[in-house]
Design a protein around this ligand. Structure first.
Ligand code: PLP
Length: 445
């Protein structure tokens, strides 16, 4: 099936108990056992079924199957937020004394997780100078357990060369973990390009309506854990916390995910509420057509800003002059994401005046809502980073990040125009030159 269809149908046919067409919200903590033997066989993982909703829940399972299908993975595990997903995905691979190697262009809180939380727990994160495969390869050593990138960096808008990074990781015998939040599987499916594990904040484009926090880890089922027993003993040697279970023997290709669920849902417990899983599923049903409109609108906004003399600079990977343009063609089907950054004339003050004058576009620290959103990363999402790290992450004091929504394009442009006028005291009077093909690949005249 194509992604529009998968987004609507994967993981669910009518409810087996009632034939309900919509996914039921199983708002239950526990599931009744038929007998002590039945309970024991569930706990031994000999019988399939549900025990306790911290570990799994039928509503969440539909979400997990749907996102796994969209990403082309074998299994997925939903959790309470994107940050929880990222924490689980990495923690499942490391132990004190190990390191991971990451690109520097990261969402601000991911940077905090990597720069502070993991090192405080004995796991070093080596940040590369840039996102090129050479930058990453330089830092990989015998203690490395994963290579990490965002398929499209937030807010830098850089596009990861997933196949080349996967190659670096695999030559070192470690998996590539990719945060696919900004791109979504509608624009790119990292597992098809060699990534082993995909992470999402479902809070963003996937849920798409700014109502619900959620995250997910998807296992591509591609990494040969049992080939590296010294590096990843947790998958191929008995787990004392689960009566000696050996994940690779029991779960084969899904060993990573099985341990992730057993350790990080069962023991740590960042479970997603079933009602949130339901709301996220509602959003995912329309993700394909929303992303289509998001990227079409974004291309028009980017061209409007580029041609406006009141705008000092703009960073949008869809322009043919952008250094990531080739990677946009290779990985995103030619469609740059709806995230872009720019600076209004007047530096920091100009940016702040623009930001404060917005009316339709909302001032929030979110992205991927159906509504257009603006953020000033230096004072919010990336505030905790040093200025040098901010620059590596694609943030300057004047940077405004836009997440372009699916409103009528003329209403978005009208709001940006009036905010630029308020910021600079100048009217636009410009002719916008369209260069980016629309979703159907038509290049504007
Ligand atoms: N990954 C990326 C790329 C993000 O932009 C965000 C949040 O903005 C997250 C992860 C964290 O997601 P959540 O807010 O759901 O924890």
């Amino acid at each position: 099936m194509r992604h529009e269809t998968i987004a609507l149908h994967a993981g669910f046919e009518a409810d087996s108990a009632t034939r309900a067409m919509a996914v039921p919200i199983y708002q239950t903590v526990a599931y009744e056992f038929e007998s002590a033997d039945h309970a024991a066989s569930l706990f031994n993982l000999e019988t399939e079924g549900y025990r306790y909703s911290r570990i799994s829940n039928p509503t969440n399972v539909v979400l997990e199957r749907r996102v796994a299908a969209l990403e082309g993975g074998v299994e997925a595990m939903s959790v309470a937020s994107g940050q929880a997903a990222l924490h689980c995905a990495i923690s499942n691979l490391v132990s004190p004394g190990c390191n991971i190697v990451s690109v520097p262009q990261l969402y601000g809180t991911t940077h905090s997780l990597f720069a502070h939380y993991f090192p405080n727990n004995g796991v070093q994160v080596q940040f590369a100078e840039g996102d090129s495969p050479d930058d990453i390869a330089k830092l990989v050593n015998a203690d490395t357990r994963a290579v990490y990138c965002e398929s499209v960096g937030n807010p830098a808008g850089n596009v990861a060369d997933i196949a080349a990074l996967a190659d670096v990781a695999h030559r070192a015998g470690v998996p590539l973990v990719v945060d696919n939040t900004v791109a979504t599987p509608i624009l790119t499916r990292p597992i098809e390009h060699g990534a082993d594990i995909v992470v999402h904040s479902l809070t963003k484009f996937m849920g798409g309506h700014g109502t619900t926090l959620g995250g997910i880890v998807v296992d591509g089922g591609t990494f040969p854990w049992d080939r590296y027993p010294d590096r990843f003993p947790m998958f191929s040697t008995p787990d004392p916390s689960y009566h000696g279970l050996i994940y690779t023997e029991r779960f084969g290709r899904a060993a990573y995910m099985a341990r992730c669920r057993s350790v990080f849902l069962r023991t740590v417990g960042a479970a997603l509420a079933p009602v949130s899983a339901f709301l996220l599923l509602q959003g995912i049903e329309t993700v394909a057509i929303r992303v289509e409109r998001h990227v079409e609108n974004a291309a028009k906004v980017a061209q409007f800003l580029r041609d406006d003399p009141r705008v000092e600079w703009i960073n949008y990977a869809g322009f043919s002059t952008n250094r990531y343009h080739q990677l946009v063609q290779k990985y995103l089907g030619g469609h740059a994401c709806s995230l872009m950054t720019f600076g209004a004339v007047g530096g920091y003050q100009g940016g702040v005046r623009f930001y404060d004058a917005l009316k339709l576009v909302k001032r929030v620290v979110n992205l991927g809502d159906a509504k257009s959103l603006a953020c000033h990363p230096a004072s919010t999402t990336h505030r905790q980073m040093s200025e040098a790290d901010q620059v590596k992450a694609g943030v300057t004091p004047s940077t405004i990040r836009l997440s372009i929504g699916i409103e009528h394009i003329d209403d978005i442009l009208d709001d940006l125009d009036q905010a630029l006028a308020a910021a600079t005291g100048l009217s636009g009077q410009q002719e916008t030159h369209l260069e980016t093909p629309d979703w159907a690949g038509r290049v504007p005249a």
